[in-house]
Design a binder for this molecule. Structure first.
Ligand code: ADP
Length: 396
């Protein structure tokens, strides 16, 4: 069965075509700059990459180009579009309603529209992708997979903020959490690699990319996660602040900052970029820190300190901790960040083996020392595969 995975952004569509259940990637690509003068398509298949530039006015035209490319004489991996049995869409916010992936109906679409209020930058383009896919592939089953779904198991004690309760009742202001597809995927994979039953396995998953979040997973279920109502809460990120005293916002607003300026500051100008004044990209920052830039070094130290604090907190939340997993661009590739984030955690049973940490960098496997009671792993995330697995499950 061929399953197409779509991740639609405001001006881009990322896609992967899988043969399921073999989990084989037949083709993948990215269409960028939709709606601009010239749009760019990069399409990889059979070990080669095809690039094209042309005007693509909207997502519907974008989906058509992608499907034509998937079936094209020189770029194609299918003979006919009817071979695509199902399409799995990444949708960021599923509110409290969607606890699992779901087959898309008009009712589901209405709910995704409703939750756009909570994810104004993500849900509307996700929905545009769904509409475009329905038009281009009317025969195919359309499935929505939500970033929030995995976290709907979080108990009330962890998801209710200590604000007046009516704020939750009236506006549904609560912790939702994100990166759920990634946390769920690496938690399952870790249980498999360790030969453990997910029902008897407690793990902290650290997704460290441009956005970063940690999740406490107990018996296969998310019981707490660091991101909140929005992806701003939690550890420090590339450009997001993570946790800070909310009174800072009142203080700065009295100093003349507008809500919109504060929003931009916290989401786009803080985190690694804000502290260092240099870059939000870990590779640049590390180069700067190594060549003596003190603020770049401070940014790295704060980044790792916050991760360590959350690992400690979630160890307390879980009671018994079996494993810690690092994933995402930073988690998979930055040995120094993993080491510093776990430095001094021997008392709670976490000890990294520096040689294994270096050797397994960019790969998959254990990086804890033989003395470490808690296993520490690098597991590359694969959100597209996780969506393909869910879509296939529902299609079956
Ligand atoms: P996104 O959240 O956008 O999917 P990624 O998961 O790709 O982001 O992570 C991007 C981050 O990973 C960037 O900060 C980048 O510098 C970092 N990164 C990628 N490769 C390396 C590397 N080899 N060493 C250190 N950091 C890396």
């Amino acid at each position: 069965m061929k399953v197409l995975i779509i991740n639609a952004g405001s001006s881009s569509i990322k896609y992967q075509l899988f043969e399921m259940p073999a989990e084989k990637v037949l083709a993948k690509g990215l269409l960028e700059r939709i709606g601009e003068e010239i749009s760019q398509l990069s399409h990889s298949f059979d070990g080669s990459t095809y690039k094209a530039e042309q005007k693509v006015s909207d997502h519907t035209a974008g989906m058509k180009l992608i499907i034509d490319t998937l079936g094209g004489p020189k770029t194609g991996v299918i003979k006919d579009v009817s071979e695509i049995f199902a399409v799995g869409h990444r949708v960021v916010h599923g509110g409290e309603e969607f606890t699992d992936s779901i087959i898309i109906s008009e009712k589901v679409i209405a709910s995704i529209e409703k939750f756009a209020d909570l994810a104004p930058l993500h849900n509307p383009p996700n929905l545009t992708g769904i509409r475009a896919s329905q038009k281009s592939l009317p025969h195919a089953l359309q499935v929505a997979c939500f970033d929030t779904a995995f976290h709907t198991s979080i108990p009330m004690t962890a998801y209710i903020y200590a604000l007046p309760y009516e704020i939750y009742e009236k506006y549904r202001v609560r912790r939702y959490g994100f990166h759920g597809t990634s946390h769920s995927y690496v938690a399952k994979r870790a249980a498999k690699l360790l030969g453990a039953s997910p029902q008897d396995f407690n793990i902290i998953t650290c997704h460290l990319g441009n956005g970063c979040s940690l999740t406490a997973v107990k018996a296969g279920k998310s019981v707490d996660t660091s991101m909140g109502l929005t992806p701003l809460e939690g550890v420090a990120m590339g450009t997001r602040s993570g946790d800070f005293d909310p009174a800072i916002l009142f203080y700065l607003s009295e100093k003349g900052y507008s809500i919109s300026e504060l929003n931009t500051m916290c989401n786009k100008k803080s985190g690694l970029l804000g502290i260092s004044g240099v870059s939000n990209d870990m590779r640049n920052l590390r180069d700067q820190a190594r060549s003596g830039n003190e603020r770049a070094k401070l940014a790295l130290d704060i980044f790792c300190y916050r991760i360590k604090k959350y690992i400690g907190t979630y160890t307390a939340v879980l009671g018994r901790l079996d494993a810690v997993v690092f994933t995402g661009g930073i988690g998979e590739n930055a040995a120094d960040i993993r080491e510093l984030s776990c430095d001094g955690l021997e008392q709670i049973g976490i000890e990294i083996d520096p040689a294994a940490n270096e050797k397994t960098n960019h790969g998959e496997g254990p990086i804890s020392s033989s003395k470490s009671r808690v296993k520490v792993y690098i597991i590359p995330t694969n959100e597209e595969l996780a969506i393909a697995q869910d879509t296939f499950r529902l299609a079956e």
